[in-house]
Design a protein around this ligand. Structure first.
Ligand code: SF4
Length: 233
């Protein structure tokens, strides 16, 4: 009943919104043009702006409207294997979790284990390190080089020093020919076209369907790249 009441309120507000042509104010161009006005309003009446945003969020969340709550699952293989096909795995998890527990989620991200740090030590202790590296080498897919995350993301440590990616940061691998630039250095230094520091662990990102913090990359469309990567074969 409470949900129905909220639904009626939201439907009414949506009706008024379109009846008074207010949607014209929500175009990207209008929002950009009015950005300064919005910042001034926020500075003048922070409680009003925060209150409206809060009420909007509560309504959207209470009604479970799309966009209110995003839940993604992350899948990591438990041993020295590559993740299964991400799309097929997502379909299986969606079906099983809904049928058995009524759980919905948005996306499943299948991420390969990198042969470094804790997982690398575990492989060494079980005598599986060389086999896992062979598996990664044999499944190297050059097509993934276009979309590995270091092509358009960098990693910054807590002190403000920059690396090509989280894994290089964990291994203390500085940028090729640049050392460890600090964020403040980037005001003077351009990293456009900078060669990415690669090593054996990069096979973890490029094997099979590819892997990144956003899951498989094999099916991703090409993205604009800011840094160059050497062929790691
Ligand atoms: S390919 Fe290598 S450098 Fe790029 S994100 Fe993966 S581990 Fe980092």
């Amino acid at each position: 009943m409470k949900k129905f009441f909220l639904l009626v309120v939201v439907a009414l507000l949506a009706g008024l919104f379109f009846a008074f042509d207010l949607h014209q104010y929500l175009t990207l161009e209008t929002l950009q043009a009015r950005r300064d006005e919005f910042i001034a309003l926020k500075n003048e009446s922070p409680w009003l702006v925060t209150g409206v945003a809060f009420i909007g969020y509560v309504l959207v969340t209470a009604l479970s409207l799309p966009g209110a709550l995003v839940m993604n699952l992350v899948f990591n293989p438990q041993g020295a294997t590559l993740p299964p096909n991400q799309a097929a795995l997502e379909a299986d998890y969606k079906r099983e979790l809904f049928e058995h527990f009524g759980i919905h989620f948005n996306q499943l991200l299948a991420i390969a284990n990198m042969p470094i740090q804790r997982f690398g030590s575990m492989l060494i202790s079980k005598g599986q390190f060389n086999d896992y590296m062979r598996l990664l080498h044999e499944n190297f897919a050059a097509a993934n080089l276009d979309t590995v995350m270091c092509r358009n993301l960098v990693s910054v440590d807590w002190q403000g020093f920059m690396y090509d990616c989280d894994f290089n940061q964990q291994l203390g691998l500085a940028l090729t020919g640049m050392g460890r630039p600090h964020l403040r250095d980037l005001l003077q230094q351009d990293i456009e076209g900078q060669t990415i520091r690669v090593a054996d662990h990069c096979y973890g990102c490029t094997a099979g369907q590819g892997s990144s913090c956003g899951g498989a990359i094999g099916q991703s469309p090409a993205v604009p790249t800011h840094k160059a990567i050497r062929d790691i074969q």
